[in-house]
Design a protein. Structure first.
Length: 316
């Protein structure tokens, strides 16, 4: 099979038939074999019923239905687990991503040898204040922090080699950082393609300004995990050593001053250096303990499902 198209969705009943027909037309005209995997992330409208009808008419359409809304990252993870195509395309279900871009994305993976190609919505139809400016700031911070030189981390239209999606773990709200996860896993040939962005035709956006706040918090998380996720003691141990060394230096100074210099004639407990020493040594010890606990958790963690599937269509 050439392509798996993975589409997470939430309450997109108006656009699903049109999106399916558009994708099928593109695949047919380019002689590409394909599957479309719709992941219904807890929709409360008729999205699942429409997916069921599409799957009964077209066996290339497959569906996964979550028991409730678990989030886009979990939906992508479920789709990646089921994908079989040599190239995996992700796109949103709201018709803002253009299926006509799929053949060129596919060729960039197959012919140009990219591990991942990310879309760049250079010209957008979103609100400048509520989306464009925060998105530019977010993308700048993501580039500087991760070292991945992409202009649009948030674009849902991306293409991957199959082995990439099988070797990365997308969880929490990390779908924004799949290129960073891929780089950290060793898939470093990452490309970018300017893609056509379309104005939303149906419904309303499911994301508000809080997604950018969450995005920046997730950026800090992924920076920490990429640097210290497999060796937490390297961070906490270093911080603990620095803090303990500062406290010990103050304690040593107080001891020498009391025993040999006896300046000021005050009790040690009346001097501010005593409390600085005590606090920093306690904090240093706590950092060491945090590092040890992190190492223990890392060595004893077990994988746990982060979502529950209610129904599946055309999936073995």
């Amino acid at each position: 099979m050439n392509i798996s198209v993975v589409i997470p969705l939430l309450n997109e009943q108006e656009s699903l038939q049109e999106l399916h027909d558009w994708i099928a037309k593109v695949m047919l005209s380019n002689h590409l074999t394909y599957e479309i995997i719709f992941i219904d992330d807890g929709s409360t409208d008729n999205s699942w019923q429409i997916i069921s009808k599409l799957s009964s008419k077209n066996k290339s359409v497959k569906g996964i239905r979550f028991l409730k809304n678990f989030g886009k990252s979990q939906a992508l993870h479920a789709g990646f687990e089921k994908a079989l195509g040599n190239v995996v395309i992700t796109m949103d279900a709201d018709l803002q991503d253009n299926p006509d871009e799929i053949p060129e994305l596919y060729n960039m993976i197959i012919n140009d040898g990219f591990d991942l190609v990310s879309g760049w919505k250079k010209k957008r139809y979103d609100s400048v204040i509520s989306k464009n400016l925060p998105s530019k700031l977010f993308n700048w911070a993501a580039r500087k922090t991760s070292g991945v030189k992409l202009n649009d981390f948030n674009c849902g239209l991306k293409a991957y080699k199959l082995e990439v999606v099988k070797h990365i773990d997308v969880n929490g709200e990390m779908h924004r950082y799949i290129p960073v996860l891929s780089k950290n896993a060793g898939f470093t040939k990452i490309g970018e393609k300017v893609v056509k962005h379309q104005a939303r035709k149906y419904g309303v956006t499911k994301f508000g300004m809080n997604r950018f706040i969450h995005g920046f918090l997730d950026l800090i998380t992924i920076w920490f995990l990429s640097r210290f996720g497999k060796r937490p003691m390297h961070l906490f141990g270093a911080l603990g050593f620095i803090m303990f060394a500062i406290g010990f230096a103050f304690a040593l100074y107080l001891g020498i001053d009391k025993l040999f210099l006896n300046t000021g004639g005050r009790l040690i407990t009346q001097r501010p250096q005593f409390y600085i020493s005590l606090a920093t040594m306690i904090i240093g010890t706590q950092f060491f303990v945090a590092g040890f606990l992190g190492e223990i958790v890392l060595r004893n963690k077990t994988d746990k499902k982060r979502y529950l599937i209610k129904d599946e269509l055309n999936l073995s």
